[in-house]
Design a protein around this ligand. Structure first.
Ligand SMILES: Nc1ncnc2c1ncn2[C@@H]1O[C@H](COP(=O)(O)OP(=O)(O)OP(=O)(O)O)[C@@H](O)[C@H]1O
Ligand SMILES: [Mg+2]
Length: 264
């Protein structure tokens, strides 16, 4: 990676996008000391983290891996959460109560005695998220959180990040999911060949043909449809219209057409 110059404000939600192999995972691994930059510095809360250990950094930076099995290791789901809570120094009862609470919040209590290895892809991803969130780090970094998740799980992920954002957490999300980024992530950096090739409001970045082509990204279907409708001269479609608004627009349009067809 080279020429990385990036400032992220406390409480901000930042998307990181770009082709396979662009350097997204490498970049976020520098935030908790898993990778040390060969030159340059990383600061968190105005402190240079280069001399801080991974253990120290993991109190501030919760990194949820692209592959949950790179982070899960306990024999059971319950032990996985208990191990994560270990350095909060809770007593036995508090530890059990907190563990139960987390398992229930993430809908994982029915799997508490199961080995994480025997969870489905989506369930293991959820456990990986739960095992980091339970420590309440102030910076949350998700590496492709929506990958392999069904619509309901994506919905609960969106609720989760909204509530973490409300608590003032800084949230970084690596994603290839343009629909998700377009709707929920205000600012996005685009990476290519180990460099940041764009940084700005997500909707601007994704509406730039040159950038999306370079990064093999496709504009969300809603936006493609709205551009096509504008092209054939339909009025009343705003730029960056949301999915729900375009559905409502089309329903009204079709209703009016049906009414006038009946009148003829
Ligand atoms: N430990 C490593 N040693 C050497 N090269 C590595 C290592 N890890 C990753 N790379 C290389 O660095 C480049 C960036 O990898 P990285 O994992 O950061 O990509 P990415 O943007 O996260 O891609 P993806 O979308 O596929 O997850 C790739 O070419 C990769 O092969
Ligand atoms: Mg990656």
């Amino acid at each position: 990676m080279k020429n990385i110059n990036l400032n992220i404000q406390k409480g901000e939600m930042l998307g990181i996008m770009g082709k396979n192999g662009a350097g997204k995972t490498t970049l976020i691994r520098t935030l908790n000391g898993l990778i040390r930059p060969s030159s340059g510095d990383v600061y968190i809360n105005s402190e240079n983290i280069n001399s801080k250990s991974i253990a120290e950094l993991s109190r501030f930076v919760g990194l949820i891996f692209q592959n949950p099995f790179h982070q899960l290791f306990a024999n059971t789901v319950e032990e996985e959460i208990k191990f994560s809570l270990k350095n909060l120094f809770l007593n036995k009862d508090e530890l059990q109560t907190k563990t139960n609470e987390i398992l229930s919040n993430f809908n994982l209590d029915k799997y508490r005695d199961r080995s994480p290895l025997n969870l489905s892809g989506g369930e293991s991803k959820k456990l990986a998220i739960a095992s980091i969130i339970c420590r309440d780090p102030e910076i949350l970094v998700f590496d492709e959180p929506t990958l392999g998740q069904d619509a309901q799980e994506i919905e609960s992920f969106i609720k989760l990040i909204s509530s973490e954002k409300e608590k003032g957490k800084t949230i970084l999300i690596i994603t290839h999911n343009v629909e998700f980024a377009y709707e929920y992530i205000p600012r996005t950096i685009l990476m290519g060949n180990g460099e940041i090739i764009a940084d700005g409001p997500t909707q601007n970045v994704l509406n730039n043909d040159f950038l999306t082509e370079k990064s093999s990204l496709i504009l969300p279907q809603t936006q493609q449809l709205s551009l096509a409708l504008q092209e054939i001269g339909l009025q009343g479609i705003r730029k960056n219209i949301s999915k729900n608004d375009i559905i409502r627009y089309l329903i009204n349009l079709l209703k009016n057409k049906t009414i006038s067809a009946q009148e003829e």
